[in-house]
Design a binder for this molecule. Sequence first.
Ligand SMILES: Cc1ncc(COP(=O)(O)O)c(C=O)c1O
Length: 353
Amino acid sequence: MKINNFSAGPSKIPNEILENISEDIIDYKDLGYSVLELSHRSSVFEELVNISKSKITKILNIPDDFEIIFIQGGATFQNTFIPVNNKSLMNNISFLISGTWGKKTHSDFEIYFGNKISNYNIQDIGYENSLKDISKSDEEYLYLTSNETIEGIQIRDFKNFKNKKLIVDMSSDICSYEFDWSNLSYIYAGAQKNLGIPGVTICIFKKDFHDESTKTSYLDIKNHILKNSSFNTPPTFSIYVLTKVLDWILNSGGIKKIENNNSIRANKLYQFLDENDDYFQLLAPKNLRSNSNIVFEFKEGSKTQKFLNHCVENGFIGLNGHRSVGGIRVSNYNSITDDMIDDFLVLLEDFVK
Ligand SMILES: Cc1ncc(COP(=O)(O)O)c(C=O)c1O
């Protein structure tokens, strides 16, 4: 049976990349050994780091005054890494909260800074009111999650926060659309959705973002910059996979093409759900619907689990909504093909009938 993997992360990797990786696992670049055995102190590995940096710079059009590092600990580690490296955030940052991940980061930052941090929660006051309140707020920095993976809520119009320096968790939508860097200060993303496999987090930040205070060595961002992401043993295989995925993005026509394809697939799905709104309800407000994670459920509660069982029986996996919200979640990351969405829609349509 053909398997269609819609998992929210770790997620589908394009087949051609998998084929390529499987060859390199046996013998990398005719070196006579596996890529899994590659020393992080070899020039071959250093080249992989440099290639990844230059490819992501090209894809995202990253300006010269930004630094790129690859680090472990997942996106969750950034809840510690960012505050520890920038003490000026104390009393100087507010949060736009649009879902679960932003809420978690907000409470971790409050623990670090030991005080209450202002937040604008779109579930309480709506997006438009949040924008108005944020524009009047005093804090220099604003934190937001560009794509809340659990709720399927996406906020990617960074120009709406013109007077703020943005820190953005892009874990589930990095490299899926073009954006302007003018008010961005620090962005990060775990690789396991759009950029490969778990183990590496991509951090891109203004060269003057960090402070000079003393901290233990691993926590000091300067060490990771200075040692070109090899301060201690880095996740070599995850970084190798990252280069493959970045290559694939460029060979697929670049970010504009990827963005366009993703939005065509997402719109197909949303259109079907809207046309059948007697049966379905969505978690996200219409103006903030995510192209990366489409989250919905049947209005008739028992049908949701029945449909999810039907999906698994037919080889469609990874569609369960996050355990905290339930429902159905279609993760429409860069690697998802038109055929996968078309076949999923046929399955859904047949089930409804
Ligand atoms: C938007 C977002 N932020 C943070 C995380 C946490 O990532 P990690 O498990 O890499 O710490 C996730 C995980 O899915 C996520 O989707």
